[in-house]
Ligand binder design. Sequence first.
Ligand code: COA
Length: 186
Amino acid sequence: MHPFSPGGKTRAMRSAETPEAAVLVRPATEDELDLLVEQTWSVAAEGRFIGAEVPFDRARRRARLGELLGAETSTVLVADTCAAGGPGVVGHLTVSVAPYGVADIGMLLQAGWRGRGIGRALLDAAIAWATSAGAHKMSLEVWPDNAAAIALYERAGFVVEGRKAKHYRRRNGELWDSILMGRPLP
Ligand SMILES: CC(C)(COP(=O)(O)OP(=O)(O)OC[C@H]1O[C@@H](n2cnc3c(N)ncnc32)[C@H](O)[C@@H]1OP(=O)(O)O)[C@@H](O)C(=O)NCCC(=O)NCCS
């Protein structure tokens, strides 16, 4: 069984920390996809962390998450705080392995749940998933001013591999750079 398949849940936590840092990382279920879309919407509405901007097409986003969840070469992992007395799912990560062996990831946590080790738990689970899926490398893009995300990725072994200059046109007309980061897998 895949290490993160339903029934094969893995508890990823920083046990030495406060109880709210305890989080169960597991694959999303189909009936959670609308919630994940709404959580994506609220982080996108913050306007400074992720590529998506509001308004976006919710149905299309949901369909994409469903595709990632349903395919052999990708998955959607959620951070579930239920067991720690939290409200349930507070963030998710998508990982998709390209035919050439690189696992691309994207992740977000709800405001109020950041800085407690939950991002690290999700990322560690994604690294384990991608390794067992046969990927040889993980890769991501991040905005240059996203200090928390860059710190998380560096602490997890990612290194900066490059920068796309004035690459992404935002809806307000600004052209944003992105940082490319990668991490080899065993
Ligand atoms: C980026 C994000 C996923 C990080 O998850 P998190 O749960 O907040 O991060 P963690 O608490 O697991 O911290 C991981 C490491 O980064 C460090 N870190 C976290 N926030 C930091 C900050 N603002 N500045 C410097 N370091 C920071 C922590 O100290 C920790 O290092 P440690 O393991 O050595 O203690 C989360 O903040 C988030 O969802 N932000 C909004 C969406 C987003 O930016 N998504 C990523 C897009 S590329």
